[in-house]
Design a protein around this ligand. Sequence first.
Ligand SMILES: Nc1ncnc2c1ncn2[C@@H]1O[C@H](COP(=O)(O)OP(=O)(O)OP(=O)(O)O)[C@@H](O)[C@H]1O
Ligand SMILES: [Zn+2]
Ligand SMILES: [Zn+2]
Length: 801
Amino acid sequence: MAVIAKVIVDVPTMQTDQPYDYLVPEALVQAVQPGMRVVVNFGKGSREVVGMVVDLADAADFAGELKSIKAVIDLAPVMNQELLALSKWLAASTFAFWITCINTMLPAMLKANMEKIIVPIVHNEAVDAMFGDQSGLLFDQITDLAVMGQLMQWQQAGWVTTEYRLKKNQKVKKETLIKPLLNRPAYQAALATVKKNAVKQRELLEALMQWQDDADSPKLTSINKRFSRPQLNAAQEKGWLAFEQREIYRDPYPEMANQALTQPLTLTDSQAKVVASVSAAIHAASPTPFLLEGVTGSGKTEVYLQLMAEALRAGKTALMLVPEIALTPQMVNRVRGRFGAAVAVLHSGLSDGEKYDEWRRIERKEASIVVGARSAVFAPLENIGLLIMDEEHETSYKQEDNPRYHARDVLLHRARTHQAPVVLGSATPSLESRARAQKGVYTLLSLPERINQQPLPDVHIIDMRQAVESIQGDFSKELLDALQMRLERHEQSVLLLNRRGYSSFVMCRECGFVKTCPNCDISLTLHMDSHTLKCHYCGHEEPIPNVCPNCGSKKIRYYGTGTQKIEEQLAQYLPQARVLRMDVDTTKKKGAHARMLKQFGEQKADILLGTQMIAKGLDFPNVTLVGVINADTALGLPDFRASERTFQLLTQVSGRAGRADKPGHVIVQTYNPDHYAIQFARMHDYEGFYRQEMQLRHQGDYPPYYYTVKVTVSHEDANQAAKAAFSLGKQLQGALGSAIMLGPTPGAIARLKNRYYYQIVLKYKHEDRLLEMLHLMRDETQKSARQGFTIAFDREPQSFI
Ligand SMILES: Nc1ncnc2c1ncn2[C@@H]1O[C@H](COP(=O)(O)OP(=O)(O)OP(=O)(O)O)[C@@H](O)[C@H]1O
Ligand SMILES: [Zn+2]
Ligand SMILES: [Zn+2]
């Protein structure tokens, strides 16, 4: 009977979620499984394309003559059944194509420019006949399907394995082991034949006798000081030993390899309560979502660690998401510190090779805990017993490109599949999550106090409008005095420069001219280190002008406040202070971020000056002062979440102060001292902020009272973009029901990279017809792409500009 494979093809301009039918050739029938990638002929001209087998069937849906699968790319599935089903769900819930989701979920290494090699692991007659004296077979050179089918069966039997090697030689890493080939009597016999004065040879034979008793063969690198390579080669020729290659993983955290593991702390009463509730759900395999609302420094991390230990005790695995990990090396250290090699870490700071190795450790069940940033939510963990999202309010959990998913939704979905509880943790939960807890969709847990009854730091608001006379540069007198006092007491300070909605730009004082990007309608940002103006959207770069390009005046000045400028001011006002500046420029190099935090932790600096990236997660006991230079730059943004973001940022950064035995103090400089976001942050009153903000959201018909979708259309020609947007608007109008449509309006940045943008925002409660319409529109996008349009759908967009 024929076997039919349902294949989703990877053709950018011809996408559809409908799988195509292909015949599985006789030779591959035993081997092909869902989750394997294959090569098939597709469309007119029958060009070869890659596809993913999503299902197998006895009969075809397609009536015509079927083409056959040309070749397989994977000997074993690269996606298991759960992840395959997840990819399908993801496509439906994000308006992205299925294949886009599949590609997002696979590690880059599997897709990069690689060659695949089939390598024998077992030696027997059949295997040796196939491989001869070659160490492996280059996958692309296997053209015979029968051979391919054979190899796939061997892979399933554990006789061969597949290795990927980047074409530029970044292969699976190997080390060489010395394997003793004889037993003790045989070595004794050999020893008898060796001359008395051949000291080294005798020593080697003695050593080999030892090693053949040991469980592990020694590494070549560990003995190459004792025995030279020629000696070892000679011994190999005599048949005394063999060199054995073993695959090793790249370890992204080599410095942690031999550390002793940390022990669980004795929990406080409130921590113990939280752990008990979630543990019960772990053991009951109940997919309950918990919202853990715990003030800064309340010991959420210890709770996560003990819960993960509980999941392991239940014989299960655990998945923990953290905001972009480059930002929280401390968190990774704490998890690795507790669980050691059982932890796999996945984040964008790793090389493709490191990521791939971590991915394989998960897949081979060598790692039972995964910690990672957004995309780690797709880690191939099986038998998950607990899912955690730390700092659940963080916007970096939402992906800005296709598929535009929110990791929280994916996490909740996987929790249902695995029947496992979810813990969403934050000191400042997103309004969406807090509202769900209100409705009982999530179970609310709380840690209302800091560890050891430490008080939350007291927060002092400085009205910058009143302080004009005493202001030096960007500093109020209070802030400078407070910094000075910390220097005298040998305590540390954290200084936050709020960059959201803010940029340093160049403006002419005569005519008001602002230099903008020639490709995008936004002002260029000043970079003092390279002495250039840069566009943050398209990368355009040009020298800083000396005279105004518009009126010729020399009064062209730098406006705005960058971290570099603050650093210069500190050097001027507090010359004795040791300042560490942490921003996108100083943390570009791999590991720079972790290195700077380590330096700060070792008290090698007095002030940690930085942007948003220093606001959360840091736990340094000697920090007693937090200064916020500009609290309110984000409040002016045309975004209904502006207050929420400001409240979160102030609360998080305040939380860095006074975490150990010394009390903390926070100074916030602002031009809007009475704004409720700033006032509630001053009082550490999340619940108060939540209630007021919910009222405003209700009045404005905003989330969480409404769901939102943003549809964006762009084209190189402004008229075309507008026309398309209005025609989409008309189509949507018909399906609106009780939903609200805003727009079409030109995007807040109307032109970007020489394309013109229009957007439509839809607000709805339950609109099946509307969602159906959006799916239909998505299917049309490829036709429009051929006419130069891009159309993007963004569910629950994090930004409306
Ligand atoms: N039960 C405990 N006993 C003693 N110390 C504890 C306990 N639990 C946590 N701690 C310590 O308290 C400090 C704060 O805890 P942690 O960093 O986990 O707080 P957090 O709630 O994650 O804070 P944030 O939200 O500000 O990141 C840490 O130094 C931690 O080691
Ligand atoms: Zn001018
Ligand atoms: Zn630009």
